[in-house]
Design a protein. Structure first.
Length: 177
């Protein structure tokens, strides 16, 4: 009897030392397995062991940002899917919904986030920002104002900034491919 009790104690100890997947890791694995992305979006995992941190590249094939390559860093909290992913653009770009520090203004990353949304929803939402920038919910107010008031000037500034130029004392990352 003592031997059985010792074996159960050892087994319980072994179970405690095994790495357990959190709910966030299980959900992100599910989200990744269900991704249905267009060829203009790619996802990479710098550390295959850590699915909660990854990078995304969006290459719009139409719109103002066509021929650009835009890089984002994703960080998923342990409270996912109750908390939305944290998304940051790693380049300085001229966009009404992305500020110069790379913060992204996308409603489903803030007030409209719901646990039923998934990674695919966020990636498609990001791509949509490049196809249809939203001047009514800006982080870069100057770019939004330009988009609303002078579309031709906005297009010129997008093109110049994508080429990696200084505009208004800001150096924009060259993103054209």
């Amino acid at each position: 009897m003592l031997k059985v009790w010792k074996m159960k104690k050892q087994q319980a100890s072994d179970e405690k030392t095994k790495p357990r997947n959190s709910a966030a890791k299980i959900r992100i694995q599910k989200d990744i397995s269900e991704l249905d992305l267009p060829s203009s979006i790619s996802i990479t995992f710098p550390n295959e062991e850590d699915l909660l941190k990854f990078e995304v590249v969006i290459k719009p094939d139409e719109g103002y940002y066509k021929n650009g390559s835009f890089h984002f860093r994703f960080s998923i909290s342990e409270n996912y899917p109750h908390d939305p992913p944290k998304v940051q653009c790693t380049q300085t770009i001229y966009h009404p919904n992305i500020d110069l520090e790379g913060k992204v203004c996308l409603n489903i990353l803030r007030e409209d986030w719901k646990p039923v949304l998934n990674l695919n929803s966020v990636l498609i939402g990001l791509q949509f920002l490049f196809l249809e920038p939203n001047p009514d919910d800006p982080l870069n107010k100057e770019a939004a104002s330009e988009l609303r008031s002078n579309l031709q000037s906005f297009k010129r500034k997008v093109t110049r900034s994508m080429g990696g130029e200084y505009m208004d004392n800001v150096y924009y990352t060259k993103v054209t491919v």
